[in-house]
Design a protein around this ligand. Structure first.
Ligand code: FES
Length: 115
Protein backbone atom coordinates (compact mmCIF):
# COMPACT_ATOMS: atom_id res chain seq x y z
CA UNK A 1 0.00 0.00 0.00
CA UNK A 2 1.25 3.42 -0.81
CA UNK A 3 2.36 5.98 1.62
CA UNK A 4 0.75 8.66 -0.49
CA UNK A 5 -2.49 10.20 0.55
CA UNK A 6 -3.61 12.89 -1.80
CA UNK A 7 -5.80 15.70 -0.69
CA UNK A 8 -4.98 17.66 -3.80
CA UNK A 9 -3.59 16.58 -7.11
CA UNK A 10 -0.11 15.27 -6.30
CA UNK A 11 -0.26 11.50 -5.85
CA UNK A 12 3.24 10.10 -5.56
CA UNK A 13 6.70 10.15 -7.12
CA UNK A 14 6.94 8.34 -10.45
CA UNK A 15 9.73 6.28 -8.90
CA UNK A 16 7.25 4.87 -6.37
CA UNK A 17 5.53 2.97 -9.19
CA UNK A 18 7.66 0.05 -10.44
CA UNK A 19 7.93 -0.18 -14.21
CA UNK A 20 5.43 -2.77 -15.48
CA UNK A 21 4.10 -2.94 -11.95
CA UNK A 22 1.46 -1.56 -9.66
CA UNK A 23 1.20 0.90 -6.85
CA UNK A 24 -1.73 1.92 -4.71
CA UNK A 25 -2.59 5.39 -3.50
CA UNK A 26 -5.51 7.00 -1.76
CA UNK A 27 -6.88 10.10 -3.43
CA UNK A 28 -9.79 12.37 -2.65
CA UNK A 29 -12.13 12.35 -5.64
CA UNK A 30 -15.32 14.38 -5.52
CA UNK A 31 -14.92 14.64 -1.77
CA UNK A 32 -14.54 10.91 -1.17
CA UNK A 33 -11.33 9.08 -0.32
CA UNK A 34 -10.81 6.44 -3.00
CA UNK A 35 -8.10 3.85 -3.41
CA UNK A 36 -6.53 3.83 -6.85
CA UNK A 37 -4.40 1.24 -8.57
CA UNK A 38 -1.60 2.79 -10.61
CA UNK A 39 0.16 0.91 -13.39
CA UNK A 40 3.40 2.17 -14.91
CA UNK A 41 4.53 1.51 -18.46
CA UNK A 42 7.84 3.32 -18.86
CA UNK A 43 7.17 7.02 -18.42
CA UNK A 44 3.42 6.56 -18.58
CA UNK A 45 1.19 5.83 -15.62
CA UNK A 46 -2.46 4.82 -15.81
CA UNK A 47 -4.87 4.59 -12.92
CA UNK A 48 -8.21 3.06 -12.12
CA UNK A 49 -10.38 2.93 -9.06
CA UNK A 50 -9.49 -0.13 -7.02
CA UNK A 51 -13.02 -1.45 -7.43
CA UNK A 52 -13.76 -4.55 -9.46
CA UNK A 53 -16.83 -4.17 -11.73
CA UNK A 54 -17.86 -7.75 -10.94
CA UNK A 55 -18.81 -7.49 -7.27
CA UNK A 56 -17.43 -4.14 -6.26
CA UNK A 57 -14.57 -5.59 -4.26
CA UNK A 58 -11.00 -4.34 -4.10
CA UNK A 59 -8.71 -5.96 -6.67
CA UNK A 60 -5.68 -6.44 -4.41
CA UNK A 61 -5.08 -9.57 -2.30
CA UNK A 62 -3.51 -7.45 0.44
CA UNK A 63 -3.35 -3.66 0.62
CA UNK A 64 -1.34 -2.50 -2.38
CA UNK A 65 -0.54 -6.05 -3.55
CA UNK A 66 -1.93 -6.78 -7.02
CA UNK A 67 -1.75 -9.89 -9.16
CA UNK A 68 -0.41 -9.77 -12.72
CA UNK A 69 -0.91 -12.71 -15.05
CA UNK A 70 1.69 -14.12 -17.43
CA UNK A 71 -0.33 -12.49 -20.19
CA UNK A 72 0.28 -9.13 -18.55
CA UNK A 73 -3.21 -8.59 -17.18
CA UNK A 74 -4.27 -7.25 -13.82
CA UNK A 75 -6.12 -10.08 -12.08
CA UNK A 76 -8.75 -9.44 -9.44
CA UNK A 77 -7.82 -11.41 -6.36
CA UNK A 78 -11.44 -12.13 -5.44
CA UNK A 79 -12.82 -14.16 -8.38
CA UNK A 80 -10.06 -13.89 -10.97
CA UNK A 81 -11.35 -11.36 -13.50
CA UNK A 82 -8.51 -10.30 -15.83
CA UNK A 83 -8.14 -6.73 -17.02
CA UNK A 84 -5.95 -5.51 -19.86
CA UNK A 85 -3.76 -2.61 -18.86
CA UNK A 86 -4.46 -0.13 -21.66
CA UNK A 87 -8.11 0.61 -21.09
CA UNK A 88 -8.81 -1.53 -18.04
CA UNK A 89 -11.30 -3.74 -19.88
CA UNK A 90 -12.06 -7.16 -18.45
CA UNK A 91 -10.92 -9.74 -21.01
CA UNK A 92 -11.67 -12.90 -19.02
CA UNK A 93 -13.65 -13.85 -15.97
CA UNK A 94 -17.05 -13.13 -14.50
CA UNK A 95 -17.33 -9.52 -15.74
CA UNK A 96 -15.87 -9.96 -19.23
CA UNK A 97 -16.53 -6.86 -21.30
CA UNK A 98 -16.90 -4.53 -18.33
CA UNK A 99 -14.13 -2.12 -17.44
CA UNK A 100 -12.44 -0.59 -14.47
CA UNK A 101 -13.19 3.08 -13.93
CA UNK A 102 -10.24 5.07 -15.26
CA UNK A 103 -8.86 8.05 -13.38
CA UNK A 104 -6.92 10.55 -15.51
CA UNK A 105 -3.33 11.22 -14.48
CA UNK A 106 -0.37 13.16 -15.70
CA UNK A 107 3.33 12.76 -15.03
CA UNK A 108 5.41 15.88 -14.66
CA UNK A 109 8.89 16.45 -13.24
CA UNK A 110 9.05 12.95 -11.82
CA UNK A 111 5.75 13.23 -10.00
CA UNK A 112 2.35 11.69 -10.69
CA UNK A 113 -0.62 14.04 -10.51
CA UNK A 114 -4.36 13.66 -10.83
CA UNK A 115 -5.90 15.26 -13.89
S1 FES B 1 -15.00 -9.09 -7.39
FE1 FES B 1 -13.41 -9.12 -8.89
S2 FES B 1 -13.79 -10.93 -10.02
FE2 FES B 1 -15.37 -10.87 -8.53
Amino acid sequence: MSSAIASGIELCPLAAVPDQGFHSVVAVLDGDAETLVLYRDGDQVRAWLNVCPHAGRALDWAPGQFLKSREGHLVCAVHGASFELEGGTCVAGPCKGDALRAVPLRVQDGMVFLG
